[in-house]
Write a protein that binds this ligand. Structure first.
Ligand SMILES: Cc1ncc(COP(=O)(O)O)c(C=O)c1O
Length: 300
């Protein structure tokens, strides 16, 4: 247990004594929480950050894998990647990248902030070395608590961010010794996981994709909109990003909020000019109808 994704990404980056010229691959869609710890090493230790550009709408998983493959050199030590990017909701091919990276002795760290709880994830199957997530997003726990995973063989590579009683433990628990903790957030995580397990991962997974399909089916043939999230299920799930053609996303966001009470995140980076819409399992199809009608009215 950690506090959030940012802490998990720091825990990973701060564990490695990289040398000048060692390379870390971070694609252009990485969140600042997974980027800044490596940027600090770039400034202070002279490591090199390799920043490949991901296609916004890849045609296949292989196209994304190829981007990572081309970025690897003999100096690559770590690939740090989101499971789902927060910009346009694209799922990145962690399993395939980890498989490729491990053959070359490269470690793979994953930021799961936008995925943990959204759909079925098998960490053993993904095969990454490290996976971390905040639990307040798709797991519905209180803020201030997150989860951290390291696969057995990679656990010993990690150094605790804080040393306190228990720091000599041989298990991964040595990384979470903070002494006094805020109990409600810990109990909140337990309740969130119980809730998740009561619903079952299978049903949550199914519901996420059902809402995605419902939303996409409503607007995909409407020429006033441009969906800027890849369509295949391997490449996207509960986050969909949509541009209202000919309108600035900031204006669309404001209109949706003021006239319809719908709040959503305007995404301006990576040439998106698009609204980020999150379809958590408690969203109903009527909610989506309401949203789509509002979008149509705003689009004119
Ligand atoms: C992909 C991604 N990574 C990391 C974070 C940071 O999460 P936290 O502030 O909970 O550490 C976010 C937050 O939105 C995110 O979307």
């Amino acid at each position: 247990m950690i506090h959030n994704t940012t802490e998990g990404m720091n825990l990973i980056a701060r564990s490695f004594d990289l040398q000048p010229g060692d390379e870390v691959i971070l694609a252009d869609h990485e969140h600042s929480s997974g980027r800044i710890p490596w940027e600090v090493w770039q400034e202070t230790k002279g490591i090199t950050l390799v920043r490949p550009i991901l296609p916004l709408i890849p045609k296949s998983v292989e196209e994304l894998v190829e981007v990572y493959k081309k970025s690897i050199t003999p100096r690559t030590k770590i690939i740090s990647m989101c499971h789902m990017v927060n910009t346009n909701g694209m799922i990145l091919p962690v399993r395939q990248v980890a498989e490729m990276a491990h053959k070359k002795g490269i470690l793979v760290a994953v930021d799961g902030a936008q995925t943990a709880g959204m759909f079925a994830i098998d960490l053993h199957e993904l095969g990454c070395d490290f996976y971390t997530a905040s639990a307040h997003k798709w797991l519905f726990s209180p803020k201030g608590i997150g989860v951290f995973y390291a696969k057995k063989e990679s656990q010993r590579k990690l150094k605790p961010l804080m040393v306190a009683r228990g720091h000599m433990d041989t298990s991964i628990r040595r990384l979470e010794n903070y002494n006094t903790r805020n109990l409600p957030e810990v109990l909140g995580l337990g309740a969130a996981v119980d809730f998740h397990n009561t619903l079952t991962t299978k049903k949550i997974h199914r519901r996420t994709y059902e809402l995605k399909d419902y939303f996409r089916s409503k607007i995909k043939d409407d020429a006033r909109f441009l969906i800027k999230t890849p369509a295949p299920d391997q490449l996207s799930a509960g986050i969909q990003v949509v541009e209202v053609k000919g309108k600035k996303v900031k204006d669309v966001k404001e209109e949706l909020w003021e006239a319809y009470g719908i709040d959503c995140r305007p995404m301006g980076s990576h040439g998106l000019n698009a609204l980020r819409l999150s379809f958590a399992i408690y969203i109903t199809k009527q909610d989506i109808d309401y949203l789509v009608n509002a979008l149509r009215a705003v689009a004119g």
